[in-house]
Write a protein that binds this ligand. Structure first.
Ligand code: TXA
Ligand code: MG
Length: 353
């Protein structure tokens, strides 16, 4: 464990950063903070190094990794071409929580990292520690979120420690991450870019720079096959099942009461504004409804916090499907296995409750 203050000057010459970078050069795994979630880094040019990521996470080998770089200039080495929309997005949002999919130049990056796809996902994170360790290593760094596959992504050092301790060379403890949800993934290999995963940069912000973009239809329904391989797996799930409840306060409390009447210990995932309304076994406030970025920031920690309790079902409020709310709802829907109970309409998920 290397504890590093992200605010110190000259991180590039910091002994802990240099040591972490050396391990990356030796093809070992190092976890480090980014502005979204902690990443589990490996040398993206080495099959041997990248293989360790899939092993440590228990990640399906057909789910490609994002390649992290510290300088926009590096992109040209890894891709066939940089379309104008991609340049505009990089200029505007890098460093930052936007991952751009481009056509891969063959033979440079590990095929295991890109799971032999003809494309590659690239991102320049906006975090001084991430940038310093990538730059110090002199390598492109493949880095998925530093959680065990299926669990909520890590936004605090302790999350990484609990999931990865003993499995990797080291963890840089740089405190809590900022955004709290992963980067937005946008495919720029077609004339009209497609958002494959909503995240830290909103659709609205992207459209402000390059005009209209599409959302992968798989994000709206359960049946479409997602273009981003990672989006098909169950994710972000605490131990107890999650059910989203969309309706009036009365409807939500009635739903809580129904599970209590069945003898279940009920947890409620709510916001500061509504926290005192619910009568249930455990009520966790997760940010403020009036500022959804605070909900994004705390969502994964709240989901993990339920694992420390004895609740048998977690009922969650829903959020408006715009701005950062789109990413919040995407993660909650996945945590819930798409189970959502709506007050007036029928049920929109696979499992009817
Ligand atoms: O914020 C983030 O993006 C974090 C931090 C650590 O940077 N990383 C992250 O990585 O969330 P991961 O591996 O948990 O998610 C990567 C997503 C997956 O859904 C994966 O399928 C998709 O990106 N992806 C990677 N390469 C792709 C490609 N060539 N085409 C389509 N999707 C791709
Ligand atoms: Mg992940």
């Amino acid at each position: 464990i290397w504890k590093v203050d992200k605010n110190v000057d000259n991180l590039l010459t910091y002994p802990q950063i240099i040591e972490a970078a050396r391990w990356l050069q030796k093809n070992a795994l190092v976890a480090f903070p980014t502005e979204t979630v902690y990443g589990l880094g490996a040398n993206a040019k080495s099959d041997e190094a990248v293989k360790k990521i899939f092993e440590a996470k228990g990640r399906p080998s057909d789910n490609p990794l994002i390649i992290h770089i510290s300088d926009q200039e590096e992109v040209a080495q890894y891709v066939e071409e940089i379309p104008e929309v991609a340049s505009k997005l990089m200029d505007r949002f890098w460093p930052g929580p936007l991952t751009i999919i481009l056509r891969k130049r063959k033979g440079i990056l590990s095929d295991r990292a890109t799971t032999s796809l003809p494309t590659v996902a690239l991102r320049m994170p906006d975090h001084p520690i991430a940038l310093a360790v990538i730059r110090a290593s002199g390598l492109p760094i493949a880095a998925p979120s530093a959680n065990l596959s299926g669990k909520p992504s890590p936004t605090k050092f302790t999350h990484v420690y609990n999931d990865m301790n003993g499995k990797i060379a080291g963890i840089i403890d740089g405190g809590d991450t900022g955004v709290g949800l992963e980067s937005t993934v946008i495919d720029c290999t077609n004339p009209t870019p497609v958002i494959l995963r909503p995240g830290g940069i909103t659709k609205e912000e992207i459209e402000g720079v390059i005009g209209e973009v599409l959302m992968d239809p798989a994000l709206q329904s359960n049946d479409e096959k997602p273009k981003s391989p990672g989006m098909k797996y169950t994710h972000y799930a605490p131990k107890a099942p999650v059910l989203l409840v969309d309706g009036s306060d009365l409807f939500i409390q009635q739903t809580i009461d129904r599970y209590i009447a069945e003898g279940k210990k009920v947890g409620v995932l709510t916001t500061e504004e509504k926290k005192n309304r619910w009568k249930a076994d455990i009520v966790l406030g997760c940010g403020k409804r009036c500022d959804l970025s605070t909900v994004a920031n705390r969502l994964y920690d709240s989901l993990r916090a339920f694992d420390e309790t004895n609740v048998e079902i977690i009922l969650s409020e829903t959020f408006p499907n715009r701005g950062i709310g789109r990413a919040i709802m995407n993660r909650l829907m996945k945590a819930a296995g798409h189970r959502i109970l709506k007050q007036s309409r029928s049920i929109d998920g696979r499992n009817i409750v």
